[in-house]
Design a protein. Sequence first.
Length: 336
Amino acid sequence: MKIACILNPNSGIGRNPLKEAEEIQRLLSERGHRVDLFTPANAAEAYERARAAVEGGAERVVAVGGDGTVHQVARALMGTEAALGIIPKGSGNGLARELGIPSAIDPACRILDEGQVRILDIGTFGDRFFFNIACIGFDALVGQMFNARGEDAPRGVLPYFFLSMRAFQQYRAQPTTFHVDGDTFVRTPLMIVVANSRQYGWGARIAPSAEPDDGLLDLTIIQNVDALRVLYHLPKLFTGQIERMPEAECRRAMDVVISGDRPLPVELDGEAVPSENVLRLGIIPARLRVCAPREGQVSGLLKFPLPKIPKEMEPFFRPLLPRQKLQSSAPRPELR
Ligand SMILES: [Mg+2]
C-alpha cells in the first residue's frame, strides 16, 4: 500500500520526532508498504503535502501529531478514496481517543492495514470544516489563550486548567439566540459545543452521546455559571455524565444557527477561526474515510498511557505518582 505520513514535530510533549519518524518508516516498510514521510513547517504545508499525497495515489495519509495535524490532513482527504490514518502525538488527541487509536507507534501503525475503514461525517462552520469539535464561547477563549503562549509554553491538561481559571475573569457571557432545526430559543451560555465526536481530548466528553458517523451534530450548551460551579461539575466531563449537570443542555441537530450582539470566540478542532455575530453550523454525512481499530484489536491498557507530568510540577503530584519499582536484579544493600 502507498502510505504518506505527515509528521508535526511540534505537537504534544516529551517527544523525539526523529526517532518516531525512523520507527514509523521501519515498521511500515517491514509490513510491505511504500512510505513517504514529510515534516511540514506549518499547518498550510501539512494540508498541501496531504493533498499532494492523495493526488499521487496514496491510499493512507497519516497524521502524526495532535488534533491540529489531524484537522489539516482530514481537510485534504475529505471526499476522496484515501483514508486518514492517525498516530496520536498531541496533548488532547480528541478524534484518536474517540476512535480508540493508541498513542504507541507499533499498534497505531497496525491499524493502517489491519484495522477497519470507517466513514465519518464532517461538521461545517460557514465555509470551514471541523472533524472533531467546534467550541464557541468560554472554552474557545481558553484555547486561544493557550495557543497564544507560543510553542515552548508547557502543554497538557494542567496548564490548560490553570489558564481556564484566568479566563473566567475575562469572559463576558451574552444573550444568544439559537435556531436549531427550526426550533428557536434564547440562552446566556458560558459555552457552546457543536460536536462530531464526544470529546475535546484527554477523555473529556463534552458531548457524551455524539457519534461521528450518525449524520447528526451534538449540541451542548452550558449556561453561564461561575468557576466554582464548573469545578464542582468538572468530574462529570470525564465520567461522560455532563448531561446530568443542571445547567447543561444537550441535543442532536443537523443545522445550528447561533447569533448574538457580539462575535463569540470560535475554535474548530482546537484552532481559532475568525468569528461573526451570526454563526452557521451544519453537517455533511459520510464524507471522510478514517482508519480505526477493529473491535477488540487494541486492548484498553494500550490506548493511552498516563500523561507525562512536567518535571517542575512533579513535587505537587508526588503523592499521586506510582512508586518507583525497585530493580529486582540489583543486590540489596546489606545492613551493617
Ligand atoms: Mg454525530
